[in-house]
Design a protein around this ligand. Structure first.
Ligand SMILES: NC(=O)c1ccc[n+]([C@@H]2O[C@H](COP(=O)([O-])OP(=O)(O)OC[C@H]3O[C@@H](n4cnc5c(N)ncnc54)[C@H](OP(=O)(O)O)[C@@H]3O)[C@@H](O)[C@H]2O)c1
Length: 261
């Protein structure tokens, strides 16, 4: 792949930072997005000069925050790829969540992602063979107790990616949906890490997710990618045979409840 320009949201975080580093190592140019300007500046500084990295600190749930990023991308000559990584975690008993908390998770994980994608579409479609990468989650195919709102937002990302893949199939836009399993980042609270430990769930490094993104881009075609074994099997099994997963998770419910904050 020759040098192209990618915008990576969530670049101030664990997975987004690793994806930015992996793309820069391939010689691509980068527009880095997040809210924490100090982290973005530190990342931009350690990337190779060939990345020509610019960064935009803004809140993507706000229209003015998205507009600032879209302008920076246009100023960079337009983007060949959008990697939607920004998101928030939410491990909570659904009955104890208030209206604002529910809206905040859906807005950050789903609505802002769709709004930003639409705003950047003209730039993507102006390039030949542009790439859209949406970071979902295992919980985007297998909804999990204690993660009702997070799962719903990630099922939304799954559906959004699938619809766009089909809607733009004849327009030269590759749409990649990539679902990491648990990954070692600040997104996971101490309770989530403790639950993963108790359930024997493996956690990947952000670099593993970044390499999977590169592999998806290298494939040169739209696709769905699930990370981790056995998570990728369970995610697909849940779509085909959800009653099996209902039964398996019913047996884990007491353990999950003990870890809920
Ligand atoms: N970690 C996991 O176990 C895991 C597993 C599967 C999927 N994922 C997904 O991977 C993605 C990245 O998560 P991560 O693990 O790397 O978490 P992270 O380290 O907490 O990073 C989250 C990133 O999202 C950005 N962000 C959040 N809300 C934002 C907003 N309103 N406006 C702009 N940026 C915002 C954060 O920016 P600031 O820090 O600058 O505010 C940060 O850069 C998420 O979509 C998550 O759902 C994570």
């Amino acid at each position: 792949m020759s040098a192209r320009t990618f915008v990576v949201t969530g670049a101030s975080g664990g997975i987004g930072g690793a994806i930015a580093e992996a793309l820069a190592a391939r010689g691509h140019r980068l527009v880095l997005a997040g809210r924490d300007g100090a982290r973005l500046a530190a990342l931009a500084k350690k990337l190779p000069a060939s990345a020509d990295a610019v960064w935009v600190a803004s809140d993507l749930t706000r229209a003015d925050g998205r507009a600032a990023l879209v302008t920076a991308c246009a100023d960079a000559g337009g983007v060949d790829g959008l990697v939607n990584v920004a998101g928030v975690g939410c491990f909570a008993a659904f009955e104890r969540m208030d209206e604002n908390a529910i809206a905040d998770v859906v807005t950050a994980n789903l609505t802002a992602t769709m709004q930003l994608t639409r705003a950047l579409l003209p730039q993507l479609l102006a390039k030949r063979g542009a790439d859209l990468v949406n970071i979902g989650s295992t919980f985007g195919s297998l909804a999990f107790p204690g993660h009702a709102v997070y799962s719903a937002s990630k099922f939304g990302i799954y559906g959004f990616s699938e619809a766009l893949r089909r809607e733009f199939a004849d327009r030269g836009l590759c749409v990649h949906y990539l679902a990491p399993r648990a990954t070692d980042t600040a997104l996971n609270s101490a309770e989530v890490n403790a639950l993963n430990g108790a359930m024997g769930n493996h956690s990947d490094s952000p670099a593993v997710v970044a390499q999977a993104v590169l592999a998806a881009l290298d494939a040169g075609r739209s696709g769905r990618h699930y990370l981790g074994w056995p998570e990728k099997l369970f995610a697909r099994l849940n779509l085909a045979c959800p009653a099996l997963i209902d039964k398996a998770l019913a047996g884990k419910l007491a353990l999950i409840r003990r870890h809920l904050p």
